[in-house]
Write a protein that binds this ligand. Sequence first.
Ligand SMILES: NC(=O)c1ccc[n+]([C@@H]2O[C@H](COP(=O)([O-])OP(=O)(O)OC[C@H]3O[C@@H](n4cnc5c(N)ncnc54)[C@H](OP(=O)(O)O)[C@@H]3O)[C@@H](O)[C@H]2O)c1
Length: 278
Amino acid sequence: MFDEPTIGIIGGSGWLGRSIASAMLDKAFVQPDALVLSNRSASNPLGAKWSQVTVMRDNQALVERCDVIIVSVRAEQFVDVKIFAENRLVISLMAGVSLEDVVQRTGSRQVIRAMANAAAEIGKSYTPWLVTQEVTDEQKAFAQQLFETFGSADEVFTEHQLNYLTALVGTGPAYPALLARSLFQQAVTSGLPPAIALRAANAVVVDASQLIGNGHSVDELLQVLISYRGVTAAGLEAMIAYGFDKTIKAGLDSATSVASSMSPFAHSADTKEGPMTR
Ligand SMILES: NC(=O)c1ccc[n+]([C@@H]2O[C@H](COP(=O)([O-])OP(=O)(O)OC[C@H]3O[C@@H](n4cnc5c(N)ncnc54)[C@H](OP(=O)(O)O)[C@@H]3O)[C@@H](O)[C@H]2O)c1
């Protein structure tokens, strides 16, 4: 089955679905005639370059053509995705939808729940993933390779870990963007011309931060910078003293709490409906 499986992406024209489709094709992880996408409008997000990719409206028809089904619709849209995917590997990318919900609603017992982020578009997502007991080692190895077509990935072992990572990495560029905006606003408030403030904030958050991981670990960088006892140390120490870590904790706790409770199926009679049977 995992020798060149046919792969389907339900929601394959969305932000994440099309990024993943492009990454798998660009890396030749899947051939265009072995990739099927679905969405309600049957629109092809990949254009003429990948015209051999099949696009369809009928999600069940996609399931029947594919060995591996990736679900990349929004959690609230999953309510309308009526599929029966028994004996197929189902990979859910939906934030907040538990493994058990996916099992219940697809009829597959082989389910992987993964949390990618928007950096999939540039091949830089970090994608933690969690499996049901029935997922085989071969399927795990396949999934790791699939996720590596658009970045890096790790297996995790509890829903809590995945919900926490939904808050931490599912948010993609959001926290760095907040930092950039805050640096920009402070600089403007201090009298800097906005155009210069913007370039300065972006230069720090987008450009200078590339030194992290490029031969310099976070701890090593911070230790060296603090030990200079200069301007940078003063800035870092004041931020920490004024509650930087507490602010980050509050943000992650709040986002984790939403990730843990956002399932459209929680406490809903709809959960009992189960997969579409045929
Ligand atoms: N984007 C991210 O950075 C990110 C990060 C982490 C997790 N995620 C997760 O990834 C999932 C997708 O997110 P997204 O940002 O890619 O959303 P999106 O851009 O809104 O894409 C959703 C896709 O689903 C399709 N769709 C909706 N209902 C459908 C149905 N009944 N059958 C088939 N296709 C259907 C839509 O196309 P039509 O309207 O044409 O049907 C669209 O292609 C979400 O569950 C989200 O939690 C996304």
